[in-house]
Design a protein around this ligand. Structure first.
Ligand SMILES: [Zn+2]
Length: 141
């Protein structure tokens, strides 16, 4: 399995190519490799055949950023709903076409997460109630 990029300049999308070799000596022939996105076809020598599959998601490098792109295909429709909405809002497009690439995420080299659990503050806030409970327990009898 390998990833190729479509040589059709208008497409240039990546897809997966798997070569299935057959045990037949002396039968090397030119076999078709077709881009699953646009159908652009070229040939390569093989003694078997090729199978192509379009990737559902892949990374691209743009303006120094690494962006995760996904292909708008039926199988991914529900998972991509919010990303399609964001893309429509950003570009002003009325709809996202089938097969169109949309950005999903930007890879960042490092993140700093804010501390969410404030242990000291939580204890401080609970202290009066805790003291009250202890007093109530001790004054029970
Ligand atoms: Zn193509």
């Amino acid at each position: 399995m390998r990833i190729e990029r479509c040589s059709n300049k208008d497409c240039n999308r990546p897809f997966e190519v798997s070569e299935y070799k057959l045990q037949m000596p002396g039968t090397k022939e030119r076999e078709d490799i077709s881009c699953p996105h646009c159908g652009y076809t070229y040939t390569q020598i093989s003694n078997g055949f090729f199978r192509m599959r379009s990737g559902n998601a892949w990374f691209i490098r743009k303006d120094g950023k690494v962006i995760l792109m996904a292909e708008n295909i039926k199988e991914n429709a529900s998972a991509l709903t919010r990303f399609k909405r964001a893309e429509r809002q950003r570009t002003g497009a009325k709809s996202i076409k089938r097969g169109q690439e949309i950005p999903i995420a930007v890879l960042v080299p490092r993140v700093t997460l804010k501390r969410r659990f404030d242990f000291d503050g939580t204890v401080r806030r609970a202290m009066p109630q805790l003291a009250q409970s202890i007093n109530r327990y001790l004054n029970r009898n």
